[in-house]
Design a protein around this ligand. Structure first.
Ligand code: NAD
Length: 268
């Protein structure tokens, strides 16, 4: 596929880059000519990138462990000597932090709540500290966070995830202002807020495990999406590439919904 963006010579770090969405972001950036470093807990299945060897790096990294991210940043700098873009793609929910017919809100275990809060918020802040410092020294850079529909209005059943993504949106605005005012107006920070993409994290909520049919929740989402479908990862590409590119050079601190109209629809 041909893309209108050319990111040749641009070094992009993608945390969570082995996941459903992160992997697609890594692939599209490679196709657009960028050099890519995937930082993920799980990098074993990334041999598919061998053909991009000179501009691909995978580093087993825990985004919640400062020395692990620091070590990854040193490997990235050793290979590419700079960092142009950071996509904070590591994140997600956990069934243990979701209410269900078996577990009420009052019984949600603290460790599960903490896991989801930390992964989404601290898992975005910590790489932003380490790679943001490199960008501050370079006086340029671009950070892209992943928020969610939950940040605008929380969805039922997933209180920790909703709160954590609201915090990611808030942090996106905070960091955009901080970087522009304290370090350089050429460091931008934005977020995308994807609508509903059927992935391993939410499949148990949206489809019946046995029949594959939509659950009531899955049906409600489709009914509440004016475009009438779940998103495909490629529906995010245009927004991701635009926010990283110079075409959006006066845009910082926004949280861009890519949701088939979900967030605009009152339901009536
Ligand atoms: P995913 O679970 O497929 O990918 C997440 C990746 O993060 C995995 O590869 C995982 O190994 C990695 N990861 C988890 N903990 C980590 C850690 N501590 N250190 C390093 N890596 C770690 O999820 P996804 O659906 O691709 O979602 C990516 C992002 O998009 C997440 O922030 C998610 O919350 C957000 N999002 C997803 C949807 C959706 O519908 N799928 C909608 C809105 C937002």
């Amino acid at each position: 596929m041909m893309h209108k963006y050319n990111f040749k010579g641009k070094c992009t770090v993608v945390t969570g880059g082995a996941g459903v969405l992160g992997l697609e972001f890594a692939k599209i950036l490679l196709e657009c000519g960028a050099s890519v470093a995937v930082l993920d807990l799980n990098v074993e299945h990334l041999e598919l990138f061998t053909r991009f060897r000179d501009r691909f790096l995978a580093v087993k990294t825990d985004v919640l462990d400062k020395s692990s991210v620091q070590n990854a940043s040193e490997m990235v700098l050793a290979k590419y000597h700079k960092v142009d873009y950071l996509i904070n793609g590591a994140g997600g929910n956990s069934p243990n932090a979701s209410t269900s017919s078996n577990t009420s809100f009052f019984d949600l275990p603290l460790d599960a709540l903490k896991f989801v809060g930390d992964l989404n918020l601290l898992g975005t802040i910590l790489p932003s500290q380490i790679f943001g410092k490199i960008m501050a020294n370079q006086k340029e850079g671009n950070i892209l966070n992943i928020s969610s529909m939950n940040a605008f209005r929380p969805l039922t059943r997933i209180p920790a995830y909703s709160a954590a993504k609201a915090a990611v949106s808030n942090f996106t605005q905070w960091l955009a202002v901080h970087m522009a005012k304290e370090y350089s107006p050429n460091i931008r920070v934005n977020a995308i807020a994807p609508g509903f993409f059927l992935t391993e994290q939410n499949r148990y909520l949206l489809t019946d495990e046995k029949t594959g049919e939509l659950t009531d929740r899955g049906r409600k989402i489709i009914d509440h999406t004016p475009m009438g479908r779940f998103g495909d990862p490629e529906d995010l590409f245009g927004a991701v590439l635009w926010l990283l590119s110079e075409d959006s050079k006066f845009v910082t601190g926004i949280v861009l919904p890519i949701d088939g109209g979900f967030s605009a629809y009152s339901g009536v």
